[in-house]
Ligand binder design. Structure first.
Ligand code: G3P
Length: 216
């Protein structure tokens, strides 16, 4: 399972990379705004940090032709760039045109299996089902991911399922059990994955026993 980190903060990407947790990066307009630096500068800096690994950069326009030209500009920044396109009719036109131009796309803000089906039919390289935001409104986000994986397997689509809007290590565990291709994970959730109270207890016990033995 590929781990992408969901951030535009270069320091988080560096730290996660040190730990072997970065197979790619996803950003979105909110994360870019948080970074507080010009959009293209942030994307170029991230691509330099993770050479050869996919970096999603999202278009702003909602009109097909403008999304397409924004996508062409973003793709010029680096070979790693994957153009992120929001799920909408014009977005599907842009995805199809970008694919024909040899540019990879990640269809985002997907909340239903049929939206994911449309993304695959348009030729998206990746689709981003948002599980946390579904959970937030009382709908089981991981059920939707399971349905998307099943549909893609039924028709042998090569669009990768990129689980997004991840809120907890449980989202990662269930995604991995389901065979999702990728999960994009906030750095703090990555760190939470290392924690378990019995691990802490075991480390303390080993050190206490070791120190007791040194004193003898
Ligand atoms: O970046 C895409 C997605 O992961 C955003 O998730 O936490 O804003 O629902 P979130």
């Amino acid at each position: 399972m590929k781990f992408f980190i969901d951030t535009a903060e270069i320091e988080e990407i560096k730290q996660a990379n040190l730990r072997g947790w970065v197979d790619g990066v996803t950003t979105n307009p909110t994360l870019i705004a948080k970074a507080g630096k010009p959009f293209f500068d942030v994307i170029k800096e991230i691509c330099k940090e993770v050479p050869g690994k996919p970096v999603s950069a999202e278009v702003i326009s909602l009109k097909a032709d403008e999304m397409f030209s924004e996508g062409l500009e973003l793709a010029k920044l680096s070979d790693n760039v994957v153009v992120k396109i929001p799920m909408c009719e014009d977005g599907m036109i842009a995805v199809k045109k970008l694919k024909a131009a040899g540019i990879r796309t990640n269809v985002t803000l997907v909340f239903s299996p049929v939206q994911a089906l449309l993304a695959a039919k348009a030729g998206a390289s990746m689709v981003s089902p948002f599980v946390g935001r579904l959970d937030d409104i009382g709908i089981e986000g991981m059920d939707m991911v399971s349905q998307v994986i099943q549909i893609y397997q039924n028709y042998d689509f090569d669009t990768e399922v990129l689980v997004a809007s991840v809120r907890s290590p449980m989202h990662i565990q269930i995604s991995a059990e389901m065979g999702a291709d990728i999960a994009t994970i906030p750095f703090k959730v990555m760190q939470q994955m290392t924690n378990h109270p019995l691990t802490d207890k075991g480390i303390k016990m080993f050190l206490d026993d070791w120190n007791k033995a040194q004193k003898k």
